[in-house]
Design a protein around this ligand. Structure first.
Ligand SMILES: NC(=O)c1ccc[n+]([C@@H]2O[C@H](COP(=O)([O-])OP(=O)(O)OC[C@H]3O[C@@H](n4cnc5c(N)ncnc54)[C@H](OP(=O)(O)O)[C@@H]3O)[C@@H](O)[C@H]2O)c1
Length: 222
């Protein structure tokens, strides 16, 4: 296990949700944290980086310089039935989860580890979630291939189940029933909390012998 204290971390998508939780915990552990975001002006340590735009990735990489770790969480969901697929939104979903992280690997000087974010839907096919499922599955393969290409830099993924990260707040009054339903689909009988998945990302950064893996943090849902 390496001590994270003093190490430099770039969290892409760290302005809210799970990414903000990782940035906050990393700061508590003494890490020097930079946050890549589409709108960085109000974010502590923010630098502009849009995963759908390679020029912003290259500019951010030059500005940030070498980092010990990158965690990338960008997600542009397009949860619709097959008949309603919009090509541009399908492409954007792949850019946020898969293509953008590949270009981050191209441009950012990474010393120790890179962590991508997948999700349990990749392993639980169902109607209306084909884009989320295929992009999350692609992340699982991306980390194996990136690990082989970036070695000795380690590359892994976290695949969360349903986490009450703020991402579901848009459901309004239906959120509570949604989380209860999600809890019932796990083996542990609850939905995920921010800390469950934040600690997994921190553990991956510290674990020098974990490489090319997807770590499932889903209460057994898969
Ligand atoms: N929460 C869950 O239940 C759950 C379950 C399975 C998987 N996951 C995965 O875990 C990750 C984090 O989830 P979350 O719950 O924290 O989601 P979230 O609250 O929706 O956060 C998504 C993050 O992605 C950023 N983002 C979107 N498009 C981007 C782009 N083009 N360039 C850079 N950043 C971009 C957003 O930044 P802006 O502020 O600019 O929009 C935001 O910070 C995602 O990959 C998600 O798919 C979450």
């Amino acid at each position: 296990m390496n001590e994270l204290n003093g190490q430099r971390l770039l969290v892409i998508g760290g302005g809210r949700g799970i990414g903000a939780g990782i940035a906050a915990r990393a700061r508590e552990l003494g890490m020097d944290v930079v946050v890549g975001a589409r709108e960085p002006s109000t974010i502590e340590g923010g630098v502009r980086l849009d995963l759908t735009d390679e020029a912003t990735i290259a500019t951010a990489a030059a500005r940030v310089g070498a980092v010990d770790h990158v965690v990338t969480l960008g997600s542009l969901p397009h949860d619709v039935p097959i008949a309603e697929l919009d090509r541009d939104r399908v492409v954007a979903a792949f850019e946020a989860k898969v293509i953008g992280p590949l270009l981050v690997a191209k441009h950012v000087e990474i010393r120790r580890s890179m962590t991508l974010f997948s999700g349990v839907v990749g392993w639980r096919p169902g109607p209306g979630s084909v884009v989320k499922g295929v992009t999350n599955g692609a992340v699982d393969f991306a980390v194996r291939h990136l690990a082989a290409n970036l070695a000795p830099v380690r590359v892994n993924a976290v695949a969360p189940g349903v986490i009450d990260s703020g991402a579901w707040d848009g459901k309004g009054d239906a959120k509570s029933a949604f989380l209860t339903g999600a809890a019932g689909q796990t083996l542990v009988g609850r939905h995920g909390e921010l800390d469950d998945v934040v600690e997994a990302a921190i553990w991956i950064m510290r674990s020098d012998y974990v490489d090319g893996q997807t770590i499932h943090v889903d209460g057994g849902r898969r």
